[in-house]
Design a protein around this ligand. Structure first.
Ligand code: KIV
Length: 278
């Protein structure tokens, strides 16, 4: 790992060199700092924060203000990683002008380097307007969680010929529009491979097999901290949730048994001052 900043150009260079890109979600300062120090290439302030941080059933209730708030915290914690902020539901659907303003808030107030939008041909106008404002854009195809109600649930996409063709075409259109990477979520691995081969920009897979040019996971899934929904594709690299629970149980017990705090955790006052208070 180098200390050199990972930039939009680094995404393209990585694809050319066949070097896989690592991306994880982050939503707060402390986690961003840990992941950045570990050497992750890119931090995604995903609207998945609606589920794993705010406890909503899906991502639809996440607002632009929520995103700005969390992006700002992540930006303070990361030095090397490229920070991407998700544009939340309805923040890039009304008009191109509003989309640019909203993307601009994530950059100006949130401190992100790029924004991510879900969808293909239907949002091209908005993608182009944001790019015209010189804000780098990442696409997101396949399972697009903001369309959960249209899709009838969190389901694998692109299994039929028609769906698969539509995803390929959308990927090519987004590339043509100028996005610098595309997240492929929950699509068959062989379709993701075909798309990755056809595109000159990198694909970042989540539930899309190992032939994508990079991978992204939700941090809470990767670290084993979120159990409300455990997707098949989410490998747990740690059991941080269990560790926190264990630590909390020990703490409760020590408080009840007066084992905590110990002498070393306390502050002193000199006896003379104290005697004056009685
Ligand atoms: O919101 C998010 O975390 C995402 C990833 C799942 C790619 O969009």
């Amino acid at each position: 790992m180098t200390n050199e900043k990972f930039t939009v150009s680094s995404f393209m260079e990585s694809k050319k060199k066949g070097r896989k890109i690592s991306m994880l979600t982050a939503y707060d300062y402390t986690t961003a700092k840990l992941l950045d120090t570990a050497g992750v290439d890119s931090l995604l302030v995903g609207d998945s924060l609606g589920m794993v941080v705010l406890g909503y059933e899906n991502t639809l209730q996440v607002t632009l203000d929520d995103m700005v708030h969390h992006c700002r915290a992540v930006a303070r914690g990361a030095k090397r990683s490229l920070i991407i902020g998700d544009m939340p539901f309805l923040s890039y659907h009304v008009s191109a002008e509003e989309s640019v303003r909203n993307a601009g808030r994530l950059v100006q107030e949130g401190g992100v380097h790029a924004v991510k939008l879900e969808g293909g041909r239907e949002i091209l106008k908005h993608v182009k307007a944001i790019l015209d404002a010189k804000i780098p854009v990442v696409g997101h195809l396949g399972l697009t969680p903001q369309s959960v109600n249209m899709m009838g649930g969190f389901k694998v996409q692109g299994k039929s010929e028609e769906q698969a063709r539509a995803i390929i075409e959308d990927a090519l259109m987004l590339q043509e529009a100028g996005v610098f990477a595309i997240v492929l979520e929950c699509v068959p691995a062989k379709l993701a491979r075909l798309i990755s081969e056809r595109l000159s920009i990198p694909t970042i897979g989540i539930g899309a097999g190992s032939d994508c040019d990079g991978q992204v996971l939700v941090m809470h899934d990767m670290a084993g901290m979120y159990s409300d929904m455990v997707p098949k594709f989410a490998k747990r690299y740690a059991q941080v949730g269990e560790q926190i629970e264990e630590a909390a149980k020990m703490y409760i017990q020590e408080v009840q048994e007066k084992l905590f705090p110990e002498e070393k955790h306390t502050f002193k006052i000199d006896e003379e001052t104290l005697s004056k208070l009685y």
